[in-house]
Design a protein around this ligand. Structure first.
Ligand code: SF4
Ligand code: SF4
Length: 57
């Protein structure tokens, strides 16, 4: 289980700063990507995303 990023992502980067383990980064495509192997499913990114783009998988 990990959190995943949907098409609603606008690349604002808020989730990056909220993640305690550095599992989510805005990539070259301008959207956030969650590293499923690092994500501990804490939900912090979900709470800060302005567009609700991060959801539990
Ligand atoms: S659920 Fe937690 S650990 Fe996973 S990407 Fe979001 S903030 Fe990081
Ligand atoms: S906080 Fe939401 S909109 Fe912003 S980069 Fe992360 S997933 Fe995308």
């Amino acid at each position: 289980m990990a959190h995943k990023v949907t098409d609603a992502c606008v690349g604002c980067g808020a989730c990056e700063g909220a993640c305690p383990v550095g599992a989510v980064k805005v990539g070259d495509a301008g959207v956030a990507v969650v590293d499923a192997g690092t994500c501990i499913d804490c939900g912090a990114c979900e709470g800060v995303c302005p567009t609700g783009a991060i959801q539990p998988e």
